[in-house]
Write a protein of this length. Sequence first.
Length: 219
Amino acid sequence: MNALIKFFTDMPKKKNRFKLRAFLVITAVCCQGFGVYWLKNVNFGTDPCSVLNLGIADKIGLDFGTTLLIFNIILFMFVLAFGREQIGLGTLANAILVGYSADFTGWVFSKILPEGFFEPFATRVWIMIPALLWFVFVASTYMAVDLGQSPYDSVPAIISSKLPKIPFLVIRIAWDGFMTLMGFLLGSTVGIVTVMMVFMLGPVITLIKRFLQKHLGFN
């Protein structure tokens, strides 16, 4: 009886918590797109997924948002077949909003920033540092909320579950490295930011994710 009473009294809290989590997911993935725009334009490389899709977009002549959406739909089919537990609001939000928010950010700042703004090396370096920190933080936030992973992030998790003897970190680095190589072969920029993300993004996001989950109460 007490358990039943507790269930009904906790329902409004759970609904409110879901609304908060949904808001954080949507905000975080849009902020990821904002970060991708700045990382792309400072020309020190982006995250491995964006490196590949920027290369594909350049070759086929589509905008980044549409290219990333098609890429995520393809990966989503794999996730749907082998790892449905990975799917949630975060999966769909990331697949749809990151690329288009990056394109929208580019459209807005093309109207604001002066021509040649990104040409000075010092400007690019000063923008790169906060843009990288921003990207890692918002990516950690969307994962900490635990409403599903992006198709890109889900694939190495699924592979790891099928190959338990291989550490997840090794699989994640191999996955990111392969995508980076493919992007490079397609003519996309690979730089210091890309290398740092290949080897450091997974561990850093895990640490920040645990911190956020502890303080946001989502663990």
